[in-house]
Design a protein around this ligand. Structure first.
Ligand SMILES: *Cc1c(COP(=O)(O)O)cnc(C)c1O
Length: 393
């Protein structure tokens, strides 16, 4: 079917909840994609930071295929090996001495973290200590609770009543955050680089102050690594570059390399808060997606691979700055999570123009063209993208 035929069918049968870019994708290889008309694109989006290993990746295909022949799903009423292996890798590679709960998406991982924080506080201090402070301009998901956790007013419409017990502090303003973190607060939840909010990295000093405050007041420090995690910023998790020790880390997007999986990693002090019957999901940690996650972690978890992500990030960032375009006001971010800053409100026009010319890019905040390429992108693919970007910018 052509793009036009697909769109006609789509508008008839699929809820119109997304403002999609005007192409229909068909297949990919490495960091290169082709649409249904056979037009080629260099992919600087990887879904939304999901396809970290690129397309047609042999390791992921082999892992999924072998697991599909054995066992795809067993429910959480039984023990299965692939899940345990993913959990062990996450624990060993973070030194949090913790334990993992498996979910199916970022929002669900954050829901799990919110439940964990409230129960941690209830178990120790009883009722009344439920508030979770998040940051203004954050993004934590689309469920009724994680919408409310999201510190952007435009997400707090229509779906009343929202879950109570969230309050917001401006990023990088420690005194304001401390005032919000009163005796009713049980946790601080934040992204270290606000992704949807505009690719905005938090100040190191602010993050360390928040960590210290959490220790002082026995609040849990929840780091939402749904977008920054799994090698995206040049370390397995972004918190490792901030030199902090979170209590809870949530992840999803890149973890399955293209299959839906989310996870909550809790450090040893709160790893046993959620006991039998307190939290569950039918699909969480199913063998098929865990086989993929194991392949991802074996590759992305490797120090040499992560060093390459940092190098590629520098190469791409410097290449973009070297374009010398008056429309490019700066490049923010870490590793292969970059925001090309343009004039306010012009980011969507630039993303559209890039796509028209053969580079897939997405947007964030009010002025960022957001780049989240597959971590496996080659120098040749980056050069091809830069050539197109030069023309567009
Ligand atoms: C994408 C994202 C989420 C939500 O993840 P879903 O899988 O869409 O539910 C939550 N937090 C952050 C930081 C994200 O980038």
């Amino acid at each position: 079917m052509t793009y036009q035929q697909l769109k006609a069918e789509e508008s008839k049968y699929v809820m119109n909840t997304y403002g999609r870019f005007p192409i229909a994708l068909d297949h990919g290889e490495g960091a290169t994609l082709w649409d249904v008309a056979g037009k080629k694109y260099i992919d600087l989006a990887s879904g939304i930071g999901v396809n970290c290993m690129g397309y047609n990746n042999q390791a992921i295909i082999d892992a999924i295929t072998a697991q599909a022949h054995k066992l795809m799903h067993a429910s959480n009423l039984f023990t299965t090996a692939p899940m345990i292996e993913v959990a062990r890798k996450l624990v060993e590679k973070t030194n949090l001495n913790g334990k993992v709960f498996f979910a199916n998406s970022g929002a669900e991982a954050n829901e799990g973290a919110i439940k964990l924080a409230r129960k941690y506080s209830f178990d120790k201090y009883g009722e009344g200590r439920y508030k979770i402070v998040t940051l203004i301009n954050s993004f934590h998901g689309r469920t009724v609770t994680t919408l409310k956790a999201t510190g952007q007013e435009r997400f707090h419409d229509y779906f009343f009543p929202f879950t109570e017990g969230f309050d917001y502090a401006p990023a990088n303003d420690f005194d304001a955050l401390r005032r919000k973190a009163d005796e009713t607060a049980c946790a601080i939840m934040m992204e270290l680089i606000q992704g949807e909010g505009g690719v905005l990295p938090l100040d190191r000093e602010f993050v360390r102050q928040v960590e210290t405050l959490c220790r002082e007041k026995d609040m849990l420090l929840i780091i939402d690594e749904v977008q920054t995690g799994i090698g995206r910023t040049g370390s397995l998790f972004c918190f490792q570059q901030y030199g902090i020790r979170p209590d809870v880390v949530t992840m999803a997007k890149g973890l399955g390399g293209g299959v839906p999986i989310g996870a909550v990693l809790a450090a040893e002090n709160c790893a046993d808060v959620l006991g039998p019957g307190t939290h569950a999901t039918t699909f969480g940690g199913t063998p098929l997606v865990c086989a993929a996650a194991n392949a991802v972690l074996d590759t992305v978890g490797d120090e040499q691979f992560l060093a390459q992500v940092r190098e590629k990030g520098e190469y791409l960032k410097n290449g973009i700055l070297a374009l010398g375009s008056p429309h490019i006001l700066g490049v923010r971010g870490m590793g292969l999570m970059l925001g090309v800053i343009v004039e306010d409100g012009k980011h969507t026009a630039f993303a559209n123009k890039l796509i028209e010319n053969g580079v897939l890019a997405i947007t964030a905040g009010k002025n960022a063209v957001r780049l989240l390429p597959p971590l496996t992108i080659t120098k040749a693919e980056m050069d091809e993208a830069l050539t197109i970007m030069k023309e567009v910018f």
